[in-house]
Unconditional design. Structure first.
Length: 175
């Protein structure tokens, strides 16, 4: 990314200590009408351990919540609310099972605590918007495809989630 584009997008969000910052920047780039390339042939070797303790989940969850709240338009958030709530409940169950429920709760509390920062970041993001959510949702998938989350229930839910995504796109286009 060119420095001018990075700065024009506001760079990385300063409160994203780690995790999801790259995803947020790419999403904001798309919202601003910039092209984001996906190259499936690219190979990146990352010295990474997924299980580094429960505290990691705080940052993953906090930043994911912050990013979703900032980057979707209000109408899209309303339309996606049932799916977002269902997903949040599924994550709560997993967090309880795996011992990081406290970090999940801390993430929600941090988003509430930082709501002024969230509102300001949301206002900047939405003011820079050049692309409607329907266009962005067409580029997304409605399934969760991860070896870290492989389960028969998730495989069964993925087509339903994708159908829901398509219904949200249709509703947004009718507006």
């Amino acid at each position: 990314m060119r420095r001018a584009d990075f700065e024009g997008l506001g760079g990385f969000h300063e409160s994203f200590f780690l995790y999801v910052d790259d995803t947020d920047l790419a999403w904001r780039a798309r919202l601003a009408g910039r092209r984001v390339r996906y190259v499936p042939e690219a190979v990146v070797t990352h010295d990474y351990e997924f299980h580094k303790g429960a505290h990691k989940w705080f940052w993953l969850e906090r930043n994911r919540l912050f990013m979703v709240a900032c980057n979707y338009a209000a109408a899209t958030l309303v339309l996606l609310a049932p799916l977002l709530v269902a997903t949040a409940l599924a994550v709560v169950v997993r967090a309880a099972r795996e011992g990081w429920l406290r970090e999940k709760a801390r993430a929600w509390a941090a988003v509430v605590r930082d709501r002024r920062d969230l509102r300001a970041a949301r206002a900047r993001t939405q003011a820079a918007r050049a692309v409607p959510d329907a266009e962005l949702l067409r580029a997304m998938t409605g399934r969760i495809d991860s070896p870290l989350l492989d389960s028969p229930l998730l495989r069964a839910a993925s087509p339903v989630m994708d159908a829901y995504r398509r219904a949200v796109i249709a509703a947004l286009e009718r507006r």
